[in-house]
Each structure stands twice: as C-alpha cells, then as structure tokens.
Design a protein around this ligand. Structure first.
Ligand code: 3PG
Length: 320
C-alpha cells in the first residue's frame, strides 16, 4: 500500500458514504488550493525550505488553537508513542521538503506525475526491507508506471534534474514514512487521524526549522522577500503564503481523517485520483505546455497505478 497507515487502520469507523464523499471532496479541493498557491509563491519567492517550514508552522498553530479551545481533544502522549513517531515524522519531513524543492524547479504537473509512481517504490521497499512478496500481476503493473513516467520525464518541457530527483526522493521517503507508520504506530489506536497528523507536523517542524535556517537562512529570505514584494506587493505575497500554509495542513488533516475510515489501498487509489485532479488544475491555471507524447506518458503512468491497485486488491483478497 502507498498510504500513510495510521493506528486506526484496523479499526475502520465505517463512515457513511455521504461523510466519506465530503472528506474526499475536501481533500481534493484543499490539495488543489495548496498546490496552486504553493507554486504561485515559489514562482516569485523560490525558497522551498522556508515555505515547507511555514506550512508546518501553520499546522502547529492550527492544532494548538484547536486543542486550546477544545475543538479537538488533545492527545495523551507516551514516551513509546513519541519514539514510534520520530522516524515517521523524519520521513514526512524529507518527503515534504523534497516535493516542495521539486515544485520550485519544475511544473507542478510534472512533480505529481513522478509522484504518481509511488507504488513502484512501495513494492521495492516492502520486498527489500520487509521481505514481502507480491503476485506477478502486481509486478507487471509496475511496468506501465515506469514506462509512462520515463516517457513523461524525457518529453517534459520544464525538465530539471533537481525537480526530478526531488520528486523521486519524496516518493522513497513517503514509502518509508508509511512503513514506519505501519510497523510502529499500529499499537496506538487511541490516537485518531487528526491528532496523529498534528503530532507528525509538530515533530517535523522541530526537524525542519534548523535545516531551513542552514540551507537558505534569513539573509537570503530577506533579500528574496524584498525583490518579490517589489514585484507583487507585501499583501499579495503574504496572502499567498498564508493560503499555501494553511491549506497544506488542511488537506493532510482531511486525508488522515479519510484514512480512519478506508483501507490503505482505497486511500492510495484516492491519492492517485487526487493527482489527476491536481495535474489538470495546475495545467489549466499555469497554462503549462504539454506535448502530446508527454500527455500519453502521463496517462500511461496513471493507468499503471490504477492497474497496480486492482492487482494488489485482487491478490490481497486471494491471500485472505
Ligand atoms: C508536500 O509538500 O508534502 C507534497 O506536496 C506532498 O504531496 P502529496 O501529499 O500529494 O504526496
């Protein structure tokens, strides 16, 4: 599975179809808003380490307020939970910053096409590190993903090595996040999806802040701020940054709420569909030029992830 399995994986609350449809709708909508404003910011203010950190700051503040006003019950934390959380948050941090660095260098659509190949990494990491084996159809379904992504990459007009590798690192990192989540957090069923994601955010912020200061730092941020605000004004830039930060938290929070109610496999299909929506929205908003071969490659890759989910669902069912 390519989803960040939560502690609640094995205790599906059985949400009604209406509630689930609302959660999915919000997840996609929040994600599109995040991706658009994130890219708008990066186009004029290319500091992905800072903007990734600010997303986590927004999430942390949002949750501290939610706990303070009791909109959400605060979690009871144990040392064991924090130990189990530490690697999950570390890989979340790496995956998040790597994706943002990628989006600062290439078209949003390209980052998400590469990110749609996450199942390939999931299968290899699970085979190599967890000793899992997969059925032949599952392995075969990876071929169109790899082929489609390769065609999309070689025909991508905005291709850039940092952009490509950022998205690849994000894939590997999110797969490790999911592995550690599945292995380590399964015993903490009392923490719901919202609080689990809140804690991942807070610990990730602790990891990322010193790194962002080291990689970019206040001098570069200030110089960049002055030149960006000279172009579009303080209010505009601050508003875009606010939107990208808060919607980053919201889409992730809603996706963890979805995970409380659906299986990891359904989640990963939902996540791929989310990328289709984001890719189309970003191409329209940013008027991204897409060559026919590039579009074919992307479609083949996405179709491959669909085949993967079907093959995986079938072999999981047979195993049971
Ligand atoms: C990030 O900044 O963390 C990435 O945009 C994450 O992308 P995803 O949630 O769509 O995998």
């Amino acid at each position: 599975a390519t989803s960040p399995s939560t502690a609640a994986d094995s205790t599906k609350a059985g949400a009604g179809p209406v509630r689930l449809a609302i959660i999915f709708g919000l997840w996609y909508f929040f994600n599109v808003v995040f991706n658009i404003y994130n890219k708008k910011v990066l186009n004029v203010y290319p500091f992905p380490w800072l903007t990734s950190t600010l997303s986590l700051v927004a999430g942390t503040l949002f949750m501290l307020v939610s706990w303070a006003i009791r909109a959400q019950p605060a979690p009871r934390l144990s040392k064991e939970f924090l130990w189990a959380l530490a690697p999950v948050a570390l890989f979340h941090t790496i995956g998040h910053v790597a994706a943002t660095v990628s989006m600062s260098k290439v078209a949003v659509s390209f980052t998400h096409i590469i990110k749609s190949s996450e199942p390939v990494f999931s299968v290899f990491v699970s085979s190599l590190f967890l000793g899992e084996s997969f059925s032949l159809p599952v392995y075969l379904s990876l071929l169109p993903i790899v082929l489609g992504c390769s065609i999309a990459a070689v025909t991508e007009l905005t291709f850039n090595a940092v952009g490509f590798w950022g998205a690849m690192i994000s894939n590997v990192s999110f797969v490790f996040r999911n592995v550690f989540s599945k292995k380590g957090l399964i015993n903490f069923k009392e923490i719901d999806g919202i609080n689990l994601y809140a804690m991942i955010t807070i610990v990730s912020l602790v990891y990322l802040t010193p790194l962002a200061l080291f990689v970019e730092g206040p001098a570069a941020w200030t110089a960049g701020w002055n030149s960006a605000t000279a172009q579009i004004g303080v209010q505009q830039l601050a508003w875009w940054m606010f939107l990208q930060s808060i919607f980053y938290h919201l889409y992730n929070q809603v996706s963890y709420m979805a995970l409380d109610n659906i299986s990891p496999l359904t989640f990963s299909v939902g996540n791929t569909m989310k990328r289709v929506v984001v890719i189309v929205a970003a191409i329209i908003v940013f008027k991204t030029k897409v060559t026919p071969l590039n579009a074919i490659g992307s479609a083949v890759a996405i179709f491959g992830t669909f085949l993967y989910s079907q093959a995986k669902a079938y072999s999981d069912k047979k195993q049971k």
